[in-house]
Structures are given as structure tokens and as C-alpha cells.
Design a protein around this ligand. Structure first.
Ligand SMILES: Cc1cc2nc3c(=O)[nH]c(=O)nc-3n(C[C@H](O)[C@H](O)[C@H](O)COP(=O)(O)OP(=O)(O)OC[C@H]3O[C@@H](n4cnc5c(N)ncnc54)[C@H](O)[C@@H]3O)c2cc1C
Length: 433
């Protein structure tokens, strides 16, 4: 492949000196904080356009994390198809949790009455890829491995008031790196967000608690669950307001046990409930957390009750904190620093669209950066435009997801207009909640 050569002359602080080179298009890199799915997708898109970038990730290596959870890509598929190379897209398709279902997915979005197992709502199928999040991250690394610095936690960002000064990342080992842009995509507890909004960076915690486990189930054990929906379904118990969520993580085709004596599926079983008093808080130990899930499943239809009852002792029970952040305003320092993904808009997962919004951010930000690097637009205008669209779209999404979280625990109030059911649409703030 033919590579372009870029020649820079640096000033004292390691920045391009615009006085020395008026009119030059500076090819200083985009500095991306966080190698999650949004940061890596942006990196892939920049690579395709030959825009220099570097990704800094605090994890020690690509496989430093556990198995994680599965996510559904739906309305953002059309954007990732435009950003990613063919082989990366194929690699993502290959990490769908169930290759058989993926070939002919007739799945509905299903919400059931946990006391009876009867469907309350069924939303017709739409194109979806249900993928393992950690494996998708690995698929997204293909071809950009050399641009990612692992074990590189960013602890500060230095953005000087002089708008010609390059923004600089400070890593945990004291290293400083400067670039053309800083993009914070390091998740819902973003350091870059804290730098931009030191007065209001914290997520708002919802009065709902959530725990989940990953369990291995035999074909017989999983049969009643898969007959509801092969990939996922949700439900609420009418009298207790407990929410339950089943999701497939791995089929025997994926884990290689098909046809063996150990044939099994791996599934995620999650539950959440409103906090009314101290006893509803999540306990400190796995044993107490598991005991709580089992206690809260009393009254579930027998096939669901037995799945929760059957979770083996010693299974790790993970708490996911339900909290959100509404993409408040920030100063992008003359177009030198911004946010995307969960860092820009943390939302609960009850509408399953946070990653889809993050991927659309990556798409729009990529378009904006292309315009700056080609000289078509100034950095300030490009980032202002990117942020205005993102704010309008995701403030509404954050509020809808918060409402969906409340709806999921209030059976009596659930109807076809509830936020947990309404179409996941890419629209802006106009229709306020
Ligand atoms: C149970 C569950 C189910 C979900 N299901 C869906 C779904 O079905 N559909 C959907 O669209 N969304 C879903 N989501 C949301 C989705 O997982 C997130 O929106 C998405 O993973 C966010 O990606 P991200 O790249 O913005 O952030 P992250 O995935 O959080 O990645 C951030 C990265 O930054 C790194 N990092 C953090 N701090 C630093 C630092 N200081 N320096 C360097 N690196 C740092 C982290 O290690 C991490 O690798 C779900 C979430 C949960 C919890």
C-alpha cells in the first residue's frame, strides 16, 4: 500500500507552528482515549481515510477483560457498514452469539408477565446483530493493533487557553503526548468528561438496583427460555415490580461443545428492582447477591423460577450501577477536545441502544474530522456541529432510557407507548419527554 509522507516542523512545545507554516494542513494525530467499541470504530474509520490517530487504553491487553455481556446492534448497522472495512465487518458478524439464529433471525422484542410467562408485548423483528461485546472489541482491533497503546491510563488532559496550542494527554506513568484533537471515549466514568465539566461530570444514580450472572445451561435447561426467544427476552412481575432479563451469550456452536457429553449454552440472567429501603441495596458478597436474586424470583412462573433457583453457589454476581448523564454542554476549547459514546451520554440499557448511539457518534465525528483534515472546515465549526447534533439526539435518548428503566418495574403503567417498547429511533429533542 502506498503511504503518504507528512513532514512537520515543531515549535518548542512539540506543536506545529502555524506561523512557520501558514496554510499547511497539520497531520498531528487524533488522540483517542479508550479502546472500547466506539473508540476502536472511530480508529478504523480514521485509518481508512489515512487520518493519523493513536488510541490510549488503560487495560493491560486486548484480552484483559472477562467475557462481558452481549449487545444488540440494530439501527447503527448502516453506519458501521460505511465506516468499517469488509473483513472487520465479517469478523463482527462472526462473533454473533448464535450463528444459527443469525442466519435467519425471526426474533421479536418480547416483554412478558413473569408470573405467568405470557407475552405482554411483542415487537416485530428488525435486522439485528446480537454480538458479544468483548469479542466485538477484539474484531475491531484487526488492522489497527499498532495504533493502540495498552496499559496506558490517561490521568489528565492539558488543554491550554491558547487556541493554537496542541492538547496533551497525561498518562499514569507521567508520559505526555500531544496531538491535534483529544476525543474522550472512555466510557460512562470518563476522565475527559471530568476535565470538561469538573462541576457536573457525575452520573445521576437511579433508584433501581441491578445484578446479573452468566451461567452454563444444558440443552434441556435452556429449552423453555429459547422457546420464548432464542436470543433475549425481558419481563416484569406484576405484583413485586421485579424485572428479569434473559440473554444468550454463547451457543454450543460457539463454545465448541455441540455433540459432546458436555454440550451447553452460556446465558446471562439479570434482575433489577426498585429501591424502597436499605434492604434493597446490593449486598457485598456473591453469596448474598445470589440469595437476593433467588428470593426475588419467588412468584415467577415455574420455568423461570427454576432457572434462577438453579444458579450454582459460588457463581460471581455482578452489579451494574444504573446511572446516566445527559450530554450537558462543555467548551470544546476552540475545537480541540470532545466526547463520544458513553463518555458523552451515559444511559441505562433498558432500550438497548447506548452503543448504537455511540457508533453513530463515531460516524458523525469521523465526517467532522475528515472535513478538518482536508481543510474544508475549521476545527471549531466542525466540532460545534458534531456536538449540537449529538446533544439533541442523545439527551432525548438518555431520558427515554431512564423512563424505560422506570417503566420496566411498573407493570400497571406499561402500555404500548411506554419508553421500554417504543421504537428506538434516531430523532432529536423535539419530542420532549
Ligand atoms: C448489560 C448491558 C447490556 C447492554 N446492551 C446493549 C445493547 O443491547 N445495545 C446497545 O446499543 N447498547 C447496550 N449496552 C451499552 C453498551 O455496552 C455501551 O454503550 C458501549 O459498550 C459503550 O462503548 P464505549 O466505547 O463508549 O465505552 P466502553 O465500552 O465503556 O469503553 C471505554 C474504554 O475506555 C477505557 N478507559 C476508561 N478510562 C480510561 C482512561 N482513563 N484511560 C484510558 N482508557 C480508559 C476502558 O477500559 C474501556 O476499554 C449495554 C450495556 C450493559 C451494561
Amino acid at each position: 500500500m502506498k503511504r503518504k509522507l507528512f513532514i512537520f516542523k515543531r515549535g518548542n512545545a512539540g506543536q506545529i507552528d502555524p506561523q512557520l507554516y501558514p496554510g499547511i494542513i497539520t497531520m498531528e494525530p487524533v488522540l483517542i482515549v479508550g479502546a472500547g467499541i466506539v473508540g476502536l470504530t472511530l480508529g478504523q474509520a480514521l485509518q481508512k481515510a489515512n487520518i493519523p490517530f493513536r488510541i490510549y487504553e488503560r487495560d493491560a491487553s486486548p484480552d484483559a477483560r472477562g467475557q462481558g455481556w452481549a449487545i444488540t446492534l440494530h439501527w447503527a448497522l448502516e453506519y458501521i457498514q460505511q465506516m468499517l472495512p469488509e473483513d472487520t465487518l465479517r469478523a463482527i458478524q462472526e462473533v454473533q452469539v448464535d450463528p444459527q439464529v443469525a442466519k435467519n433471525d425471526n426474533g421479536n422484542f418480547l416483554f412478558i408477565d413473569l408470573a405467568t410467562g405470557e407475552p405482554k408485548f411483542k415487537i416485530p423483528p428488525s435486522t439485528r446483530w446480537r454480538v458479544n461485546r468483548e469479542k466485538m472489541r477484539q474484531a475491531l482491533l484487526r488492522g489497527i493493533e499498532q495504533h493502540v497503546s495498552w496499559n496506558s491510563q490517561v490521568v489528565d488532559v492539558d488543554v491550554k487557553s491558547d487556541s493554537t496550542a496542541a492538547p496533551c494527554l497525561v498518562l499514569a506513568d507521567g508520559t505526555r503526548v500531544s496531538g491535534r484533537f483529544v476525543i474522550g471515549v472512555e466510557g460512562s466514568r470518563s476522565l475527559v468528561r471530568r476535565v470538561l465539566r469538573p462541576d457536573a461530570y457525575s452520573n445521576s444514580v437511579l433508584p433501581i438496583r441491578f445484578t446479573g450472572v452468566a451461567v452454563d445451561l444444558s440443552p434441556q435447561e435452556i429449552k423453555p427460555l429459547r422457546s420464548m426467544d432464542p436470543l433475549l427476552f425481558q419481563g416484569c412481575h406484576p405484583s413485586t415490580g421485579v424485572f428479569f432479563w434473559f440473554s444468550m451469550l454463547e451457543t454450543p456452536d460457539r463454545n465448541g461443545t455441540r455433540g459432546t457429553p458436555d454440550e451447553h449454552y452460556r446465558a446471562q440472567i439479570c434482575m433489577s428492582w426498585p429501591v424502597k429501603s436499605g434492604v434493597d441495596e446490593v449486598a457485598a458478597t456473591d453469596a448474598e447477591r445470589l440469595e437476593n436474586m433467588k428470593r426475588r424470583s419467588v412468584g415467577f412462573v415455574p420455568f423461570l423460577r427454576s432457572v434462577v433457583e438453579g444458579i450454582p453457589k459460588g457463581t460471581p454476581v455482578v452489579e451494574i450501577k444504573l446511572a446516566d448523564w445527559e450530554c450537558l454542554d462543555w467548551d470544546n476549547c476552540d475545537g480541540r477536545i470532545t466526547l463520544a459514546g458513553d463518555a458523552a451520554h451515559a444511559m441505562t440499557m433498558y432500550r438497548g441502544e447506548a452503543a448504537n448511539h455511540g457508533l453513530l457518534d463515531a460516524f458523525n465525528l469521523f465526517q467532522a474530522l475528515k472535513k478538518v483534515y482536508s481543510g474544508e472546515k475549521g476545527a471549531k465549526d466542525a466540532l460545534d456541529e458534531y456536538e449540537a447534533e449529538m446533544r439533541s439526539r442523545t439527551r432525548r435518548a438518555v431520558r427515554l432510557s431512564r423512563q424505560a428503566c422506570h417503566d420496566a418495574h411498573a407493570w400497571e403503567q406499561l402500555n404500548e407507548h411506554s419508553a421500554i417498547l417504543t421504537k428506538r429511533a434516531v430523532t432529536g429533542e423535539a419530542e420532549r419527554l
